[in-house]
Design a protein around this ligand. Structure first.
Ligand SMILES: Cc1cc2nc3c(=O)[nH]c(=O)nc-3n(C[C@H](O)[C@H](O)[C@H](O)COP(=O)(O)OP(=O)(O)OC[C@H]3O[C@@H](n4cnc5c(N)ncnc54)[C@H](O)[C@@H]3O)c2cc1C
Length: 503
């Protein structure tokens, strides 16, 4: 299909949307259009759609989808705008951007055991709203990230050890399907959409557009934790603490504990010299002011600590709110995901190949920050997930616990460096994979929400065993592959050619 004809289709779809729902369609050069189309975390994803459609209700969204389909236009769906893969939530003037911002409702069930939330919200708002009720949900760790993307992709939260993935706590969805119809899906046994309920727990945006998630709540009070930053002199003690945390009987075995161990590499202002920083973003659920699970981090000598944000907080929400500190809006960003055994050799390989080599190979890239972020897949987490029925991510507590789902992240300033950063990341990830395979430390799991643009998470879930079922469900609910081929995804369903013709 030629770009000109796609542009004409987008123009026609926008005109039809504007005629039907004029107050919900924003045009270039309006403030609403600019806000909706640029409210995106990574500048690599910001594009100028033909128009922005911001539906008020599921019915409006369904009517809009019917028009977009009728005109054969490409489209994108944005919730919090944080997935940094180009095309994940944005489209140029050959398509329509659907903004979910007005799906901002939240309410508790009568007995407060279930929270209904719209995908137009961010986790920080949700946690702050629930806190006065003494309740929480197991959403994402960063307050600015959107509810929509996290809950269609999996969800790593602070309560993972006690509750599993975020999707394990979703009990119902309101979904607009590819034909514009709206359905209510639940996890109840015998639900007519049982297959869809399975696919929605991690199947990304291939199965419908979710307009409401119902999530289990739980009681929460004070918590210990926060963000502690260590200087480069802390390298050895810091990685010793990470090792001790992951060792049998270490903090990782305590379901109340969660850590994210982050190494950063950037140039110092003024001198331009490269320097490394080590961050522990951790939480211990409960009122213990010095939890044993985190003792190896708290024992790191004070002279190695640059900023200590850890402590016992009366409200657990202080911990996610602290993550606002990690703000890189207005930059360009690339995520990549590599999973490996929690073994110091593997950690060293990832750091050497990704961080140390970047100092030479990307030395000309302006305002470069490189990050290796270790996210421990712990036994309590994977067991909690399995106890709730598991999900399509397909991790096995016996085989996969004790690994790091590792994000490798690059942040930089200018579009001219996009290709160099991508090429470096692709090359580095291949080298890391090869080295890890030789040591039998590689795990093929790729977490969709942290995956890079060319990675194939679905092919990695349960070693690819879930793919045929996913493809069958996709074909059942999206018969003519409208969502598959016309909606922007940022992540492929699979590299195999489907029975449907590609756009
Ligand atoms: C700073 C930062 C912190 C992060 N922290 C965490 C974390 O703690 N835990 C974690 O698990 N992940 C985390 N992530 C990864 C995050 O889960 C993904 O980037 C996620 O896709 C972001 O969701 P969003 O709604 O903000 O993004 P968007 O870019 O708006 O959406 C991402 C994708 O989901 C689709 N989508 C969004 N809403 C819907 C919907 N209602 N129905 C169907 N499809 C939809 C979009 O079409 C798009 O393809 C983080 C990312 C960043 C940048």
């Amino acid at each position: 299909m030629s770009p000109t004809s796609l542009k004409a289709k987008a123009t026609a779809a926008c005109a039809a949307l504007g005629a039907l729902l004029p107050a919900q369609v924003y045009w270039p050069n309006s403030d609403e259009y600019t806000t909706a189309s640029t409210e995106i975390w990574s500048k690599t994803c910001v594009l100028a759609p033909e128009c922005v459609f911001e539906p008020l209700t599921a019915r409006d969204l369904g009517d809009g989808i019917k028009l977009i389909r009728e005109h054969g236009s490409k489209f994108a769906v944005r919730s919090g705008g944080h997935m940094p893969n180009p095309g994940a939530q944005s489209v140029g003037d050959d398509g329509v951007m659907v903004s979910m911002s007005r799906f901002d409702g939240r309410s508790l069930s009568g007995d407060k055991s279930v929270l209904s939330i719209g995908p137009g919200q961010r986790w920080g708002e949700v946690y702050d709203w629930l806190a006065p009720h003494g309740l929480a949900v197991n959403g994402g760790r960063y307050p600015m990230v959107g509810v929509g993307g996290v809950l269609v992709g999996g969800g790593i939260g602070y309560f993972a050890g006690e509750r599993g993935w975020s999707v394990d706590d979703v009990v119902a969805w309101q979904v607009v399907l590819a034909d514009g119809s709206m359905v209510e899906v639940t996890t109840a046994e015998g639900d007519p959409f049982e297959d869809l309920a399975w696919a929605l727990r991690g199947g990304h945006n291939y199965f419908g557009i979710v307009t409401r998630f119902d999530m289990r709540t739980f009681a929460v009070g004070p918590a210990y934790g926060g963000l502690t930053v260590y200087g480069s002199m802390a390298k050895t003690t810091y990685f010793d603490a990470v090792d001790a945390y992951m060792a049998p009987g270490g903090g990782a075995d305590d379901p109340r504990s969660a850590i994210n161990a982050i190494t950063t590499l950037q140039r110092a202002d003024g001198t331009g010299e490269w320097h490394y920083g080590y961050i522990s973003a951790h939480m211990y659920n409960g009122d213990d002011p010095s939890p044993r699970a985190l003792e190896n981090f708290t024992a790191i000598p004070a002279e190695h600590v640059v900023m200590d944000g850890s402590g016992l907080h009366r409200e657990w929400t202080a911990i996610p709110n602290m993550m606002n500190w990690i703000e890189s809006r207005d930059s360009r960003q690339l995520f990549w995901e590599i999973t490996f055994r929690a073994d110091r050799r593997a950690v060293d390989i990832a750091h050497e190949v990704f961080l140390d080599s970047a100092r030479n190979e990307l030395s000309d890239v302006e305002a470069l920050t490189m990050v290796v972020s270790l996210q421990p897949l712990t036994r309590p987490w994977l067991r909690a997930s399995k106890a709730k029925g598991g999900n399509l991510l397909g991790l096995d507590p016996d085989k996969d616990a004790g690994s790091f789902a590792t994000m490798i992240i690059s942040t930089w300033q200018n579009a001219r460096d996009d290709e160099a950063v991508l090429a470096f990341t692709q090359k580095a990830s291949k080298i890391i994979e090869e080295k890890l395979k030789k040591l039998d430390l590689f795990n093929p799991f790729v977490y969709l929400n942290d995956a890079g643009r060319d990675q194939k998470p679905f092919e990695s879930y349960a070693g690819g065993a879930n793919l045929p079922r996913l493809r069958a469900i996709q074909a059942k609910y999206d018969k003519d592959a409208f969502l598959k081929d016309y909606l922007q995804h940022g992540v492929e369903l699979s590299s195999q050619v489907s029975e449907h013709e590609e756009l």
